[in-house]
Design a protein around this ligand. Structure first.
Ligand code: GDP
Length: 288
């Protein structure tokens, strides 16, 4: 069963973004480097039209560096688009952000034409963390589950550089079944909106094909040809002692372990989609 999630109304966000966008020179979209395609909201592209776009692949410390390079190349080839990678350990990312924005809107800058930038991203992508870093404080609330809201704000990164936080919440809009699973695995979707077992099975299916060494080294299991995701989840549960009475495996517990260890990158640095795979998903009509 595909994951669908409608946690809140988007039309207010849509309205406020479309009003705000007129006075915006560059739109920064924060993406999760482990699932850049799935963590984008297609509505944003519709609303921002031909405005220059800076894609920030955040949480790059958790993602597969080789694939991050492929995604950066993909975005940098798009018109009026730049892409950079980032993670929360970078203590002074402002300079790189400012530089990329000036490349995208070279005519803006100076006191009479300050750069006006809108920063957007689906919940849990790391927007509060980045904004806190940019303003140099750690007090604003960040959360590890989706849905921590915050007041709208304008941040001055330089005398002639204003960063506006998105008005309203930009929820993910899931249009491909695989994206729903990837968003759930990453922590971007409320935990009541999906079955852990189903998400873990999808994740394992992808890992068997793309990151087999992550599985074998973490769980000390064999991956014989043809092993199914169900068999693997059971094996992992057994190895990790997630066992019920009569030796039955607690699949729920096993699923939670796999999802948790993916999120924490205990499984290694993993990216769940390539630009080609994401495009193929869209083209093949897996669209919900
Ligand atoms: P927001 O909902 O977009 O504002 O996301 P938050 O800033 O609250 O971050 C969500 C979670 O991701 C928090 O647990 C952060 O500590 C974590 N996080 C944010 N940025 C990064 C990053 O670059 N790398 C890693 N590993 N974790 C991050």
């Amino acid at each position: 069963m595909a994951i669908q999630w409608f946690p809140g109304h988007m039309h207010l966000t849509k309205k406020t973004i479309s009003e705000r966008i007129k006075e915006i020179d560059v739109v920064i979209e924060l993406l999760d480097a482990r699932l850049p395609g799935s963590s984008a909201n297609p509505m944003l592209a519709e609303l921002t039209g031909s405005k220059p776009a800076l894609k920030v692949l955040n949480k790059q410390d958790l993602a597969d560096p080789a694939r991050t390079a492929v995604w950066l190349e993909h975005y940098n080839a798009l018109p009026a688009t730049r892409a950079i990678e980032l993670d929360a350990s970078e203590t002074a990312p402002a300079r790189r952000l400012i530089k990329a924005c000036h490349e995208l809107a070279p005519l803006r800058g100076g006191m009479t034409k300050p750069m006006r930038v809108l920063i957007c991203g689906i919940p849990n992508v790391g927007k509060s963390t980045l904004i806190n870093t940019l303003i140099g404080k750690r007090s604003a609330k960040t959360g590890d589950e989706a849905g921590v809201t915050k007041a709208e704000q304008r941040i001055s990164l330089a005398d002639d550089f204003y960063l506006y936080d998105t008005p309203g919440m930009l929820w993910p809009r899931i249009i491909v079944a695989k994206s729903g699973y990837n968003l759930a695995a990453s922590g971007a979707i409320g935990r009541n909106a999906f079955e852990e077992e189903e998400v873990a099975l999808e994740l394992l299916d992808y890992l068997i094909k793309n990151y087999p060494e992550a599985i074998t080294s973490r769980y000390k299991v064999e991956l014989p040809p043809g092993i199914t995701d169900e068999q693997l989840l059971e094996e992992i549960g057994r190895k990790r002692g997630a066992v019920l009475t009569k030796g039955r495996v607690n699949l729920q517990k096993a699923a939670e372990i796999v999802i948790y260890e993916f999120r924490a990158a205990t499984l290694g640095r993993i990216t769940l989609e390539t630009p080609a795979e994401f495009a193929k998903g869209l083209a093949e009509g897996q669209v919900l």
